[in-house]
Design a protein around this ligand. Structure first.
Ligand code: TYM
Length: 335
């Protein structure tokens, strides 16, 4: 059975983008795969995180992932810092990846902004840690949103260079699983920017914990243009905000954009936004309620994550120990 691995940063409250682009697919893959899902706190500190907030967001994210339908008993849910194998393999990959490869990463350029000199070294080598996350388990299937595609291509370059340098087929090739319907959920304030948990404007995104009023309010205020909805998807060309709302509706309702437009084409946005708000509330508020219920016992979430970490470590430790042997590190003598 092929192993699935994916991760999400506890750098904020998860958004509708995280849900439609990733977590929803994590849930679906459980039926036919062994899955590992990781709250990547090591990745989160590549940009400043207030320590107590980070701790709280790690728990909240784990609770939200379970509330979405990830089963932490049949599969593995854990936090990255509790499995040191990730950092050990990441160091080896820091020495395999080339600076020129990292210089091409668009996410570093976006996140570092104008003052690149002031970005953390961790932000720069972030994709090497991501490659280690996946390859420490020899995982081959990685469900992500479109924004992670370049990082996964880099992970494959790293795996190939390692295999070449050490003359071994040790690391497998990774296959990104990107669901086209919601690969890129955009900001509600600007249809050219992706919806992000770290956007300073809360109005730009729908959070998984938002209540019905907040969801309806954000959708009502979402930016649109003055034209009515077109009757077919070609008419969405050049209308980023309209395309985004139609895409969200379709992803939540399990409909193609064409089917959504067959129903709402020719109408103004007011009625469509009401329908979209009702659908979003119906899908998300049960997740919010379940997250809250789980968080009432933070000790339970912590135990669950550490239990997941022990099971994850049992898979990763021998793989990373073998990578260390291949590199030429001394092996612990058997007693
Ligand atoms: P992160 O925390 O930014 O996002 C988690 C997942 O959500 C997807 N996503 C989106 N999909 C569609 N539309 C959006 N607006 C949107 N925003 C986020 C992301 O593509 C991602 O799948 N580097 C990763 C975390 C990571 C990881 C890994 C992923 C660390 N190690 C190993 C896969 C495998 C990240 O920052 O995701």
């Amino acid at each position: 059975m092929q192993r699935v691995f994916s991760g999400i940063q506890p750098s904020g409250i998860p958004t509708l983008g995280n849900y439609l682009g990733a977590i929803r697919n994590w849930v679906a893959l459980q039926a036919e795969h062994d899955c590992l899902y990781c709250v990547v706190d090591l990745h989160a500190i590549t940009t400043w995180q207030e320590p107590e907030t980070l701790r709280q967001q790690t728990r909240e994210l784990a609770a939200a992932i379970i509330a979405c339908g990830v089963d932490p008993e049949r599969h593995i849910l854990f936090h990255q810092s509790a499995v040191p194998a990730h950092a050990r393999l990441a160091w080896i990959f820091n020495c395999v990846a080339r600076i020129g490869w990292l210089n091409r990463m668009t996410q570093f350029k976006d996140k570092a902004g104008k003052d690149r000199e002031a970005a953390s070294a961790g932000l720069y080598v972030y994709p090497n840690l991501m490659a280690a996350d996946i390859l420490a388990y020899h995982a081959t299937r990685v469900p992500v949103g479109d924004d992670q595609k370049q990082h996964l291509e880099l992970a494959n370059d790293i795996a190939q260079k390692f295999n070449h340098d050490y003359a071994t087929p040790f690391f497998p090739l990774i296959e990104p699983l990107i669901m086209p319907e919601a690969a890129r959920v955009m900001s509600l304030r600007d249809g050219t920017k992706k919806m992000s948990k770290s956007d300073p404007s809360d109005q730009s995104r729908i959070n998984l914990g938002d209540d019905a009023d907040a969801i309806a309010g954000k959708i009502r205020k979402a930016r649109t243009d003055a034209e009515p909805l077109p009757s077919d998807p070609e008419g969405l060309e050049g209308r980023a905000e309209a395309r985004n709302l139609v895409g969200i509706y379709g992803a939540l309702a399990g409909m193609t954009p064409a089917a959504v437009l067959a129903e709402y084409g020719g109408q103004g946005f007011a009625g469509f936004k009401d329908a979209l708000a009702a659908l979003t509330v119906a899908k998300l508020t049960p997740i919010g309620a379940e997250t809250k219920r789980l968080l009432a016992d933070p000790g339970y979430i912590d135990r669950l994550l550490f239990d997941g970490a022990a099971r994850a470590g049992a898979i990763a430790n021998p793989i990373v120990a073998e990578a260390e042997r291949l590199v030429g590190f001394l092996q612990r003598p058997s007693v």
